[in-house]
Design a binder for this molecule. Sequence first.
Ligand code: URA
Ligand code: SF4
Length: 270
Amino acid sequence: MTDGRALAREFLEQQRLLGGDPVIFSQTGSPEPSPQADGRTGGQADGNTPPRSASPAVRPSAPPTELPPPGISYDPPGGDLFSNDPVPQAVSLEAIAQLVASCTKCRLCEARRHTVPGEGAPEARLVAVGEGPGRVEDETGRPFVGPAGELLTKILGAIDLPRERVFICNVVKCRPPENRLPQFDEIAACVPYLFRQIEIVKPKVILAMGGTAAQTLLNTKQSLGSLRNLVHRFRGIPLIVTYHPAALLRNPNWKKPTWDDVRIARRLIG
Ligand code: URA
Ligand code: SF4
């Protein structure tokens, strides 16, 4: 896909999937986003709000020329191989899933219908991490299969990564009641599973979707907004922070910045 028409087609498809700004075509046939004409306003000043570009002359179809600067490096110690803890000794994703299936390490085990350990390719180049299972995930035992999951599947497809080739999981493996935020002690109890999953998959890039995933994987309380647009590292693996797909369903203004983030992740994958 190198000629202008192919790029334009790709661009239009991305815009259709991700709900970007309307486009017009210039004389040369290259796609040109039109000025903001839909009367949308920016979000609240909550620290998570993406900057609005004053210039309409962005070309989202062109690959970003420069990678963002480095951010946080978090290198938590691995589990103790010589203790009685089976998590650091689990040698496969199936072994982790089995441990999760019988886990009662936190109160989230009480109301769950199914554990949701995660799914995808064991040799995935991308690990995408959300917050915790929602209603449909709890019913099916599969991650990201509800409305937010459908959007995630489209986003991954748009960067040429079918979801089967990604490993998709969450910080906590059981559904928090009423989809409340997982609490600190629940995250602390569950996170060894996630860390071991990442250790087993050895992805080229980690995509942290939403504040819970970003703050857990980077061991920080910084806001999502301040963590975006940097190349962080988790145990040396490049980590990109972006909005959670469920947040995108509530606020379409975040689709364009999310698209920028996932393209950076794609670029790091190579
Ligand atoms: N939201 C999440 O964070 N994870 C899921 O699996 C589904 C929705
Ligand atoms: Fe165990 Fe995690 Fe489920 Fe808590 S959320 S019971 S730690 S698997």
